[in-house]
Each structure stands twice: as structure tokens, then as C-alpha cells.
Design a protein. Structure first.
Length: 207
DNA sequence: ACGCCGATTCTC
DNA sequence: AGAATCGGCGTC
């Protein structure tokens, strides 16, 4: 049932960020809005290891923006990026560690018409939820959803799907990150059209 | 108070 | 390669 809690999933999310990231691959995320329901199956994510991770928003400690990450696992941390985009993270790990997993891409498995209405008529099927900001736009999620519970009775529901075969999980450097750019904590599923093409940050140190 | 730059995306 | 466009965070 959508919206019902999954204690086992919550336990898995309370693990270290890179393990939680792999858990999230293949999970479904549903948003029930006034104008309809959209569900995506997550195909690409990135792990951020809280205050210990120079690439994390939590690196310099707790602020009003990142406060949700310092709470328990299973909540959504939404931040505003480049003055125009919203990106969403699932808070993971033990409380106060401030780890999170950025949701980078997904396959729209329900509410395709609504997702296309939000994204634009010309957007190809596979690209509806490709890219972290596009994924949130397709779901109809923005800053108002910051801090919402993903495993409770709210409008957002995270659930386990058919687990991805381990041999389809790929791993590589994170995208758009200038610090700790070589930490291979971007995870994605191979052979998924919704996975964005890899682009290293222009600001990442070259070696 | 000021300025820089970003876990982006789309276009040229 | 560059623009759009806002706020967070470091610095003066």
C-alpha cells in the first residue's frame, strides 16, 4: 500500500550513505499532488557522507538550509540550486551524521501524462525524470516539500521495488562536484535510458 | 554589507 | 561555452 511504512526499508536507509544509495536504486518514489500522481523508479543516485564529506552541504555544519539532513533517515532534503532548480535528497545514515543521497534520475512508471505536462510536451519519454532537477519537476516536488517524511502517511511515498540485480549496478565519480570529485559515489543502473550522460564538474580538479 | 559560486539545465 | 537567476556562505 502506498504511504504505509516499511520498517525494513528504514533500517536499510540508516546504513552508511554508499550502502543506502545502492538500496535506493530500483526503489519507487510517488508524489500525490492535487493535480495527480506521478511515480518514478530510481535509476541514478549520489551518496553524500554528511559533515565528513567536503562535497556535502553538511560539510560546514548545520545551518537552517541543511537542517533536515541532521535529522533521522527517511526524510526529504530539498535545496534550491542556481536560482531556478530544486533538487531532492533522501536523508540516510544514523541521526546527526547528516548523510544523504541525491536523487539524480528515474524512470517514470506512473503518471506519464502529468509528468510531461510539468516538463514540457517536447520532452522524450526517457528524459522526463533525467537529471536531479528534472526528476523533482516531473514529480511536482519543490522547496515546500523540504523535511517531509517519505515513509509515513504524507503525499510522498518511498517503497522498495524489484531489487536490481547486483551486476547491473554501476559506480563512478559524482557529477557537478568540485570537492572530493574522485570519490566514486555516483551509483546508477546499467542499460537505463533515464540515466543522464556523465559530465564531470568543470571545477573539479584535473589530475 | 559585498561578492562569489554552486550537488543544474538548456541553448548557441 | 555561456546564460539564467537566487541564496548560502565566506570575507571585508
Amino acid at each position: 500500500m502506498p504511504g504505509s511504512a516499511d520498517p525494513a526499508l528504514l533500517d536499510l536507509l540508516a546504513a552508511p550513505a554508499e550502502a543506502a544509495a545502492v538500496t535506493l536504486l530500483g526503489c519507487s518514489l510517488t508524489h500525490r499532488a492535487d493535480d495527480g500522481v506521478v511515480t518514478v523508479r530510481l535509476t541514478e543516485v549520489e551518496a553524500y557522507a554528511g559533515e565528513a564529506d567536503p562535497a556535502s552541504h553538511a560539510w560546514r555544519g548545520q545551518t537552517s538550509r541543511n537542517a533536515v539532513m541532521f535529522g533521522p533517515a527517511g526524510f526529504l532534503y530539498v535545496y534550491f540550486s542556481y536560482g531556478l532548480h530544486f533538487c531532492g535528497n533522501v536523508v540516510v545514515g544514523p541521526p546527526d551524521e547528516a548523510s544523504a543521497v541525491l536523487l539524480r534520475a528515474g524512470e517514470v512508471v506512473d503518471g506519464e501524462d502529468l509528468a510531461r505536462r510539468r516538463r514540457g510536451p517536447a520532452v522524450k519519454n526517457a528524459a522526463l525524470a533525467r537529471g536531479p532537477a528534472n526528476l523533482m519537476q516531473a514529480l511536482g516536488v519543490d522547496g515546500r516539500h523540504n523535511g517531509e517524511h517519505l515513509l509515513g502517511a504524507g503525499t510522498l511515498a518511498l517503497a522498495r521495488g524489484t531489487p536490481a540485480p547486483p551486476d547491473r549496478v554501476r559506480q563512478g565519480p559524482r557529477v557537478g562536484v568540485s570537492r572530493a570529485a574522485d570519490v566514486p559515489w555516483r551509483f546508477w543502473l546499467s542499460d537505463e535510458p533515464s540515466v543522464s550522460a556523465y559530465r564531470r564538474s568543470p571545477r573539479a580538479e584535473v589530475r
